[in-house]
Design a protein around this ligand. Structure first.
Ligand SMILES: Nc1ncnc2c1ncn2[C@@H]1O[C@H](COP(=O)(O)OP(=O)(O)OP(=O)(O)O)[C@@H](O)[C@H]1O
Length: 362
């Protein structure tokens, strides 16, 4: 069966556990007397008019969401939509203008400097596009660095660092220096270093955008694998839709500082919230994102005896392959041994053509 483009790593039902981050009515306004903008008559103005009237830019505009424990929460949008500002607000690398923000139930806006340092070092580690590696240190020592500032003894931190170097696929390169590594390998060191402090959430700021496409794909697989193995919570910024669809448990699509849609890849592609989102996802191969649970029809008499069996979260593309291989007219969608629906040629083609109830009608 072919690999799905959205490899569903531990898709936690959002809201089922206490969220890691909880954000409500968050604003970040840059410019003179920024604090007068949220909640005022200026708040609803389009960006150009807001700038004209106040000299301010609302980089983040009244945003609310939860990041569920164990999910990969992707923040996606075009350049300038507010992604970096939003994610930097989460650890107050940028100070929000207004709103509320908690991590594991603790008020981030009330944290003093010491507590904030602790938050950034141990609880919410950031992986940047420019890896910020120490050039004179070896791979192993770069990874151990995060543990050094945590106060771990030398033997212990080298042992832990060696484990992580192995985990991100760099075994054998421990003693190289960053300049002796490729971009992808350097990014793996950055990843291992962030993992070293065992944070409750990893924040990625466009970490792979400088990598060439093949290496980028490899690094995405690495993130999926790490997420699958560890179930670690991740917030991942990207402007690349296919990366978002591949990695995201849920995607927040930003435009002009606001979130225009927040949903699973399947929801974003299958039910775009407005014309902007519809245009954004227009070229996505829907059959690789939509699942048979969305495409199926109820079983009728006679269905259910033949045809290949599929899980409800199998993609339509996997279903097409299964039906084609079996040369049966339908596939059965089975959940826990129970027949929950059937996909036939018409259901599958509707998704590909975007003509069914669940396709993106244009
Ligand atoms: N320090 C600042 N002062 C004034 N305006 C800023 C500042 N930082 C960001 N902005 C503005 O806020 C908006 C959002 O910027 P931000 O960098 O968050 O977007 P982004 O989606 O991360 O973009 P990119 O993908 O290009 O990194 C932009 O209009 C930007 O010009």
């Amino acid at each position: 069966m072919s690999e799905s483009t959205a490899p569903a790593p531990a898709r936690t039902a959002s809201g089922s556990a206490a969220p890691v981050f909880s954000v409500r009515g968050l604003w970040k306004v840059f410019g003179p007397r920024a604090e007068r903008v949220p909640g005022s008559e200026y708040a609803g103005l389009p960006p150009a008019e807001l700038r004209e009237a106040t000299g301010c830019t609302a980089a983040v505009r009244d945003v609310s969401f939860d990041v569920a424990k164990g999910e990969v929460f992707v923040v996606m949008g075009l350049s300038g939509s507010g992604k970096s500002t939003l994610v930097r607000c989460l650890t107050r690398l940028i100070e929000p203008t207004s709103g509320t923000l908690t991590i594991d139930g603790e008020d981030v806006l009330a944290m003093d400097r010491g507590r904030l340092r602790e938050l950034r070092r141990h609880r919410a580690a950031m992986v940047f596009q420019h890896f910020g590696l120490l050039p004179h240190r070896t791979v192993l020592d770069n990874v151990a660095y995060g543990l050094e500032i945590q106060g771990l003894g030398k033997a212990e931190r080298r042992a832990r660092a060696a484990e992580l170097v192995e985990k991100v696929g760099l075994a054998g390169l421990e003693h190289r220096r960053p300049a002796q590594l490729s971009g992808g390998q350097q990014q793996r060191v950055g990843l291992a270093r962030a993992l070293a402090v065992d944070p409750s959430v990893l924040l990625f700021d466009e970490p792979f955008s400088a990598l060439d496409p093949l290496i980028r794909r490899e690094m995405q697989d690495e993130v999926v694998r790490l997420h699958r193995e560890e179930g670690r919570t991740m917030v991942f910024i990207t402007h690349d839709l296919s990366e978002a669809l591949r990695l995201g448990t849920r995607i927040a699509l930003m435009r002009d500082g606001g979130i225009v849609q927040l949903g699973t890849p399947e929801e974003i592609v299958g039910s775009p919230a407005d014309d902007y989102v519809r245009e954004f996802v227009r070229d996505v191969p829907r059959e690789q994102v939509l699942t048979v649970a969305t495409a199926m029809r109820p079983p009728t008499a006679g269905d259910g005896e033949t045809g290949p069996a599929l899980r409800p979260d199998a993609t339509v593309s996997e279903a097409i392959e299964a039906v084609a291989r079996s040369q049966q007219p339908t596939a059965r969608v089975m959940d826990d041994g129970r027949l929950v629906g059937v996909v036939d040629h018409a259901c599958l083609l509707d998704v590909v053509a975007g003509t069914g109830a669940h396709g993106v009608s244009v």
